[in-house]
Ligand binder design. Structure first.
Ligand SMILES: C[S@@+](CC[C@H](N)C(=O)[O-])C[C@H]1O[C@@H](n2cnc3c(N)ncnc32)[C@H](O)[C@@H]1O
Length: 273
């Protein structure tokens, strides 16, 4: 009996550690097959969705990554939100959740999201299982666990914010940045980077998006990397013995059409069979 319980427990690829500890009684799970096959749509679709949108941002952007003034930053964020609507046919933004006590959530503020679209991305600093994340994880509800054990810290405050900014600066190549840190502000320059605010579904609000993990291939256009909201905690030198991936992204993919005004809800629990 105990063995069965333990086996079942180990099968959980729980996404948010503190949340699962407090809400076991409310759980409902999304099943995925063995391996990393949590694919809602082919990875190539995720990549083409992204490159289409990021290329549109890039067309209106300077090549070099200068620090913007507060006003210029806010204007660019608004411009990119409008471009998102134009290119993808919808826009999403942070908003008070419809769930009482649910804090912030993410809402479709324009257009309709077609099934299979990338609605948002889960931003943050990526840790290997053996890397030190203890202090960052204290009281932090934003640690996302990937199916293969990688952890993504999507907290936009405190030590998490400090570490992301520091790795963002470390990995600059001359004047160019290889990831985006504007998701740490109120106005992300890539409006997709709000997936960390998506709340867990409940019986009144079933899940309308699901997490899909995606490794960015080495031939991803360099000039678009500055819009990607993830980076590794360890440097490329420290990672030289590991599988080569530019970064890990977690896309929240629509599992049905989502209308304007609806909030996005995911499933924080995933069982791998
Ligand atoms: C990843 S964060 C999501 C963003 C969060 N709502 C916020 O305001 O920052 C996870 C936390 O959101 C809250 N949350 C998520 N789903 C919820 C739900 N269905 N009902 C109430 N609170 C929820 C819990 O506090 C959880 O620890």
């Amino acid at each position: 009996m105990l063995e069965r319980v333990l086996r079942k427990w180990k099968q959980y690829r729980y996404r948010f550690v503190p949340w699962i500890a407090l809400n076991l009684k409310d759980r409902s799970v999304r099943s995925v097959a063995e391996g990393d096959s949590d694919k809602i749509v082919p990875d190539t679709d995720v990549e083409s969705n992204l490159t289409r949108l990021l290329s549109a941002f890039s067309q209106y952007d300077d090549r070099e990554d200068k620090r913007l003034t507060y006003t210029a930053h806010a204007l660019k964020a608004q411009q990119n939100l409008a471009l998102m609507h134009e290119v993808l046919g919808f826009a999403v933004e942070r908003h008070q959740s419809v769930i009482l006590g649910g804090g912030r959530g993410v809402v479709v503020t324009a257009g309709v999201v077609p099934t299979g679209s990338v609605t948002s991305l889960y931003p943050g600093l990526i840790y290997e299982q053996y890397e030190p994340i203890f202090f960052q994880s204290l009281g932090n509800p934003f640690i996302f666990r990937c199916i293969d054990g990688l952890l993504i810290d999507g907290n936009d405050k405190g030590i998490s914010k400090f570490l992301y900014r520091s790795c963002h600066g470390r990995d600059r190549i001359g004047p160019y940045t290889v990831c985006d840190d504007s998701w740490l502000t109120q106005s992300p320059l890539n409006p997709l980077s709000v997936g960390q605010y998506v709340n867990n579904h409940n019986k009144d609000y079933p899940a309308n998006v699901a997490y899909q993990e995606f490794d960015v291939p080495a031939d991803f256009p360099f000039h678009l990397r500055k819009y990607l909201p993830n980076n590794f905690y360890s440097s490329s030198f420290e990672r030289s013995h590991l599988p080569q991936r530019l970064t890990r992204l977690v896309a929240l993919v629509a599992v049905r059409d989502i209308q304007c005004g609806e909030e996005l809800f995911s499933t924080y629990f995933t069982v791998v069979h």
